[in-house]
Write a protein that binds this ligand. Structure first.
Ligand code: ZN
Length: 315
């Protein structure tokens, strides 16, 4: 049988990750900066060029593309393959017919689904969750993405939003306003987009090394905390408490035996993982035992592998 090659795209808010997948492995990849605030229509010509560039790296004679999968940061109707709702990223996307675009350009099958859900399929089938059929993945980045597999079934729900909105579980009543319209969300208290605001509003900010940083993200924050900056130490602890509270909610909602954490914050896994494990163990109601909290195994490839798997096996 001829080898099949798929192209998976993970459309992030700040970076677009693309990979050629064959036999459940990413064999070539490309990462380009995203300009999600400018919309998706404006990004399509560049995306097409990058995709063609990636396909051109395949060895001569095997330039056979079997399909294109897209992991999108928003709510997606996987039947109609239309984007239903966005949240401050690619806000023009619901008006686009991406299946038509793929058909016009490459004449191959197309699948599209929520990005966190596709990262979950990736970890479940090829990564940190291959030994379980009950898992939740939480990806901490620009926002906080989640998704769940229960008893071997990937949750989508009647309106395609089941499992996906863990970043918008309320963890604080009368909390910070969120971009989703709710307040006190995990994202509003523990994501890259809210971190700079939280840091700058703090009374310790003027004395902190963070006041001299050009941008404040988690890598800058954890570095300052390692240098014993008082504000950074406090916000690191606060952020980990926020993620832990979110994970306890996810456990209470979806009854998983494994939680996989992904995202750039895992560069500080040595600080984060023991803290979250301890905190969650103390607070989650799981009389059957302890939920196993693990770091991602696939990192940047999770969404790419997940969406290609979903396309290939129609899950
Ligand atoms: Zn929210």
């Amino acid at each position: 049988m001829m080898k099949q090659y798929y192209l998976g795209i993970d459309l992030g808010g700040t970076r677009i990750k693309m990979g050629i997948v064959s036999d459940g492995r990413v064999i070539a990849r490309r990462i380009v900066p995203a300009r999600s605030a400018h919309g998706l229509a404006a990004a399509l010509p560049q995306l097409e060029e990058e995709m063609n560039g990636l396909m051109a790296t395949l060895p001569e004679g095997s330039k056979i593309l079997a399909g294109v999968g897209l992991a999108f940061p928003g709510l997606v109707n996987t039947n109609s393959k239309k984007i239903l709702s966005t949240n401050a990223k690619y806000d023009d996307a619901p008006s686009l017919d991406l299946e038509q675009w793929v058909t016009d350009k490459w004449s191959v099958p197309f699948a599209i689904d929520n990005d966190a859900r596709m990262a979950t399929v990736g970890e479940w089938k090829y990564g940190a969750g291959t030994d379980t059929n009950d898992l939740v993945v939480m990806t901490i980045g620009t926002g906080v993405g989640t998704s769940a597999v229960m008893e071997g079934k990937l949750l989508r729900g009647k309106h395609f939003q089941a499992g996906c909105l863990g970043g918008h579980f309320s963890i604080q009543v009368n909390g910070r306003p969120c971009s989703c319209g709710n307040e006190g969300c995990v994202e509003a208290h523990g994501s890259t987009w809210s971190l700079a605001e939280i840091t700058r509003e703090h009374p310790l900010f003027p004395q902190s090394v963070l006041s001299t940083a050009d941008t404040i993200d988690f890598s800058v924050l954890f570095k300052a905390a390692a240098g014993k900056d008082a504000l950074a130490l406090e916000i690191v602890k606060y952020s980990m408490d926020v993620w832990s509270a979110g994970i306890v909610n996810l456990i209470h909602a979806y009854d998983p035996e494994v939680i996989v954490i992904g995202g750039g914050v895992l560069h500080s896994a040595d600080v984060i993982m023991p803290y979250i494990r301890e905190k969650v163990k103390k607070h989650a109601w799981t009389p059957w035992g302890t939920v196993d909290i693990r770091p991602t195994q696939l990192a940047e490839d999770a969404g790419i592998l997940g969406v290609v798997h979903t396309l290939q096996y129609s899950i």
